[in-house]
Design a protein around this ligand. Structure first.
Ligand code: HEC
Length: 278
């Protein structure tokens, strides 16, 4: 018995030492991952709505920077003129589509100008081409990317989200990623074709796609990386969830309906029980 005990003790000791040893030996992450700075989005909260002008600016950023590498397969040109989205006029969308070419091997010429019914054309003909142009990485399609990313929060912040209705994690992720391309901290080796991002807490195969002044905005909007990042993040959120406006409106109407129904039920209950002794 004693022997057994000693045996278990030494096994435990060995396991314990092994675990703590491996914790010490684990390559310490040289960086403190910075927390996301949450932005004040027009589409946040129960009454949130997309801001059409912001979506139009965001489209401009997408078209003039991101679309060189990222596709948006699920979006047709026509979607850009829909209510609740950037809502460009139909003639603007027609003119925009005509600037793009659709490759179609079934046609005699092999290609034709795009029409509003076409989906946004991919920037690279094949995945292989995408990889070759981007150091082996494939730029992800934007159609639903804003919904596929989110920020990580500590307790109690995430628990409060149930009450505040916070659903803008995707947009906050994209904004924070875009404004945090920095020089790598000392001691961190960055491979060729990789770029350090302080929010990502590591390197990725995309260099900062934005710099101050690169896109001309109409009106008085700052032409800064921060503003471009906000606008393109909002646009990507719209691409991923074009029905947000009507979803939030319906949610509010349901709340009003339930409120009125509760009032009616109380009145009915009072009336029915008014003649019963109790
Ligand atoms: C020169 C090509 C290029 C341009 C321009 C570009 N990207 Fe990228 N992007 C990439 C590549 C390549 C990746 C994949 C990176 C990886 O996996 O390491 C990527 C990845 C991303 C990701 C995903 C990061 C993650 O969480 O995995 C986001 C978000 C993104 N890009 C946003 C943008 C936005 C917004 C723009 C325009 C303002 C843009 N990109 C412009 C090449 C580009």
């Amino acid at each position: 018995m004693n022997k057994m005990n000693r045996f278990f003790k030494s096994v435990l000791l060995a396991v314990g030492l092994g675990v703590s040893g491996s914790m010490l030996a684990a390559p310490a992450k040289a960086v403190v991952v910075i927390e996301a700075e949450l932005q004040d989005w027009s589409f946040g909260g129960i009454f949130g709505r997309y801001d059409k002008n912001q979506l139009q600016r965001g489209f401009q950023v997408f078209q003039q920077s991101c679309a060189a590498c990222h596709g948006a397969k699920q979006i047709s040109f026509r979607n850009l003129s829909e209510e609740g989205g950037p809502a460009f006029s139909e003639s603007q969308v027609k003119a925009l589509a005509a600037e793009y070419t659709i490759i179609d091997p079934e046609l005699e010429e092999g290609e034709r100008p795009a029409t509003p019914a076409d989906n946004w054309p991919d920037p690279f003909p094949t995945i292989k081409d995408a990889r070759a142009a981007n150091n082996g990485a494939v730029p992800p399609d934007f159609s639903v990317l804003a919904k596929a990313r989110g920020i990580s929060q500590k307790f109690p912040a995430w628990a409060l989200n149930y009450f505040t209705g916070y659903q803008e994690g995707g947009a906050d992720y994209i904004y924070n990623l875009l404004v945090n391309f920095k020089d790598a901290p000392e001691g961190v080796d960055v491979l060729p074709g990789q770029y350090w991002n302080a929010y990502y807490g590591g390197t990725l195969a995309m260099a900062s796609p934005l710099f101050d002044g690169m896109i001309d905005y109409e009106g008085d909007f700052p032409e800064t990386v921060e503003q471009y990042a906000l606008d393109v993040a909002a646009f990507m959120m719209w691409m991923a969830e074009p029905q947000l406006n009507s979803r939030k409106q319906m949610g509010f109407q349901v709340l009003v309906f339930l409120f009125v129904l509760t009032g009616l039920m109380i009145a009915v209950k009072r009336k029915l029980w008014s003649k019963v002794e109790h």
